[in-house]
Design a protein around this ligand. Structure first.
Ligand code: NAP
Length: 336
């Protein structure tokens, strides 16, 4: 099969490895990583076509994707430019985009909005990016390079969305970075570490506090101004609620407004990468199978299934991740 182009990938971890696997049928993939075992694994498993050990060996490719840890992305992009100049597109997958503004070279920023809590090449998956939004930043206003990147994103099974670095960084400060800081702070404010009993709400609200502290410290540093603005807004909102509670004021309208906005999120989903419904199930034989059978009878495919809060005699909840919006709407229709 004729290949669509030649791609270099620096940093064969979760994201770099997953992009390599997703593109391997349609592009020639040249890989580079720090650890020789990782490179060996990638070659042995057909994740990359060949490996290189210096940036200058990427000459002749169409694009190089920087998939190193976030703290190294800017330096890696600068070093690649020093070795390759304008001969290739240099793109990245870093979670903050302002850091590449103003750098020389044919840079197109990228941020696939997909991931797991795992890391490294062994966690890489062909379908990690499937249906995920993949933000592209056209720093150089270069339609040809942007088109090349759009096609590459589509070949990964992802959905390209174009925005400026500033729009991206403001958006992620609001929908992701603030929430991680809030989850870390919630744990530190509410827990001593000796608790034996915690509510499921606490577990839901703080799940992301198990994310990598090193990664999130880097994010906070690189997106500092936008994050601080969102933190100020959040502190102000929390203070207003606190004042109302102190004054015994009616807080139902405030909570109702939040509930309505949260309930509507499933349908909007512009920057979410999953369609999730929760279904309560009784603690009896066959209840989970019954839920799955209803979905299957209605032609609904699922991506993932988690059993939550399952305790003997009490029943539990199923967290079901649907494959697409149609499945999500159908599941909501069936289970309410
Ligand atoms: P990861 O699994 O830790 O992968 C990074 C890989 O980079 C490591 O496996 C390591 O491979 C390699 N590496 C480290 N230092 C290197 C160096 N100096 N030169 C070349 N390779 C080096 O992390 P990841 O989750 O894929 O994250 C990579 C990038 O994706 C980050 O910039 C992050 O912002 C972005 N991102 C992550 C997610 C997510 O949810 N994980 C989502 C969107 C974007 P070795 O095995 O060779 O040491």
């Amino acid at each position: 099969m004729k290949k669509c182009g030649k791609i270099g990938i620096v940093g064969l971890g979760l994201i770099g490895g997953s992009i390599a696997i997703a593109l391997s049928g349609s592009y020639e993939i040249v890989g580079m990583s720090r650890n020789p075992d990782t490179v060996r694994y990638a070659l042995e498993n057909g994740i990359i076509d060949r490996a290189v050990s210096s940036y200058s060996e990427f000459i002749g490719l169409d694009a190089v994707i920087v998939c190193t840890p976030l703290s190294l992305v800017k330096k890696t992009v600068e070093d690649l430019y020093a070795a390759l100049g304008d001969s290739v597109i240099i793109t990245d997958v870093g979670s903050v985009k302002g850091m590449l503004s103003g750098l020389p070279g044919r840079i197109v920023g990228g941020h696939p909005m997909a991931g797991t809590e795992q890391s490294g090449i062994r966690a890489a998956k062909e379908r990690l990016l499937e249906n995920a939004y993949y933000i592209l930043v056209d720093y150089k206003d270069n339609p040809r390079d942007l088109d090349f990147m759009k096609n590459l994103v589509l070949a990964c099974g992802a959905v390209p969305i174009i925005m400026t670095a500033d729009e991206h960084d403001k958006l992620v400060a609001k929908i992701s970075h603030l929430e991680h800081m809030a989850a870390y702070s919630l744990i530190n404010s509410a827990m001593t570490g000796d608790e034996e009993i915690v509510g499921s709400g606490f577990m839901d609200t703080t799940r992301i506090a198990s994310s990598s502290p090193e990664f999130w410290a880097t994010v906070a540093k690189l997106n500092k101004d936008n994050l601080l603005a969102e933190m100020d807004k959040y502190i102000e909102t929390l203070n207003l609620l606190k004042e109302d509670i102190e004054k015994d004021a009616d807080i139902i309208p405030t909570l109702t407004k939040a509930k309505q906005r949260r309930d509507a999120l499933g349908y909007k989903r512009r920057y979410m990468t999953s369609y999730v419904v929760y279904v309560d199930v009784p603690d009896c034989v066959g209840s989970i199978v019954g839920v799955l059978a209803k979905l299957s009878d209605n032609g609904v495919s699922i991506n993932n299934l988690t059993v939550m809060n399952s305790r003997e005699g009490v029943g539990g909840a199923l967290r079901i991740e649907l494959k697409d919006e149609r499945g999500y709407k159908k599941a909501k229709e069936i289970f309410g």
